[in-house]
Design a binder for this molecule. Structure first.
Ligand SMILES: [Zn+2]
Length: 348
């Protein structure tokens, strides 16, 4: 393991934006979930909110995201020269889906690109591009930017490119969905990355990490179950969940009060309600959960229902591990599951 300079020295270096420390450390900011280079020009965080790490891998492993101002991923030596065209490609495609041939045309073998993103960021190249783009565009719409403006900010070449991406998630293009009675959606920031939240008057119906591969199918299921349009916008439950999540991540909340609108098969509902009974800071096993549903043979079906949960963190499917204590799977990525379990054990 690489040694870090003394903390006083590092904090002093970041206050002075000392470029002699470039590459020696990165700092993560608890309050924003962002990590930076020592020379970042953004507002300086309070010392108690800073965590120092030796490299970007550790910042990612702790659930922090790269700063848009100082772009820590692009600092010297962090991105190997061969991979640089991948980031240029991600910037340049403007919402079009990147296919293997595009990666080959950039002079890179697609399997190598895939391995690189998986190892470095724990997600696919496509998921990385999709999360970044959609997050930017949705944030624009919520801040009152016109769709055209949001399209430009999000790196989409045209409004139709954005509408297609939105339609892939929600089926209804924004222009139309504004006129419908519909569910409201918003991107929430979290220390583990941006999350997509959807709410209706019955309660919160989706909370999921934006880079999750299954998010598109989750949204399709949601529309079918609720038979409603989804559009970016305000809703009292979205405001409430943002507040409660901040408290949860700060360690001051162990239970959520926001109403949940759970819909699914009777078996799914049974499993999800059992999940809701697992206390904060505790874990249980698939086998025990199967027993509680009255059918010890149903371990697999329980695992499946667990994976179909649409309310990450709130319906705590991350509290289910294998009988031997092995973490097993998690839709949002194992590193998030580990993070949530550790966090809850620390604050209960
Ligand atoms: Zn920064």
């Amino acid at each position: 393991m690489r040694m870090l300079p003394p903390i006083d020295e590092m904090y002093d270096a970041l206050l002075r934006r000392d470029d002699a420390y470039e590459g020696l450390f990165y700092f993560c900011v608890r309050t924003t979930g962002i990590f930076c280079r020592p020379t970042c020009s953004a507002r300086k965080p309070k010392r108690k909110n800073v965590i120092f790490v030796p490299n970007v891998e550790e910042a990612f492993a702790r659930g922090y995201r790269p700063c848009k101002v100082c772009r820590p991923l692009e600092s010297a030596g962090q991105i190997p020269a061969w991979a640089a065209p991948l980031f240029e490609l991600a910037e340049s495609v403007n919402g079009k889906r990147i296919v293997d041939q595009d990666i080959r045309n950039a002079g890179i073998e697609p399997t190598r690109a895939r391995r690189f993103f998986k190892q470095r960021y724990g997600m696919t190249f496509h998921a990385f591009c999709r999360a970044e783009r959609l997050g930017k565009a949705m944030a624009g719409i919520q801040n009152g930017t016109s769709i055209e403006g949001a399209v430009l900010d999000g790196g989409y070449q045209s409004a139709s490119g954005f509408r297609e991406a939105f339609a892939r998630l929600f089926g209804t293009p924004p222009a139309k969905s504004r006129e419908l009675e519909c569910l409201r959606t918003e991107i929430l920031e979290s220390p583990l990355g941006p999350m997509l939240a959807v709410a209706g008057d019955g309660g919160l119906c989706l909370l999921e990490f934006l880079d999750r591969r299954a998010i598109e199918s989750q949204c399709a299921v949601l529309q079918r179950l609720f038979n409603a349009g989804v559009a970016p916008g305000e809703h009292r439950y979205l405001i409430q969940i943002q507040e409660e999540l901040s408290e949860y991540f700060a360690g001051s909340r162990t239970e959520f009060d926001v109403p949940l609108d759970l819909r699914g098969t009777p078996f799914q509902l049974k499993v999800w309600k059992k999940l809701l009974k697992i206390p904060h800071g505790k874990t249980t096993s698939y086998a025990r959960l199967a027993q509680q549903t009255g059918n010890p043979q149903a371990r697999r079906a329980v695992g499946r229902a667990n994976g179909q949960n649409r309310l990450a963190i709130l319906v705590p499917c991350h509290r289910v591990v294998r009988s031997d204590g092995n973490l097993c799977g998690y839709g949002g990525g194992l590193w998030r599951k580990q993070w949530l379990i550790d966090h809850e054990r620390q604050h209960c």
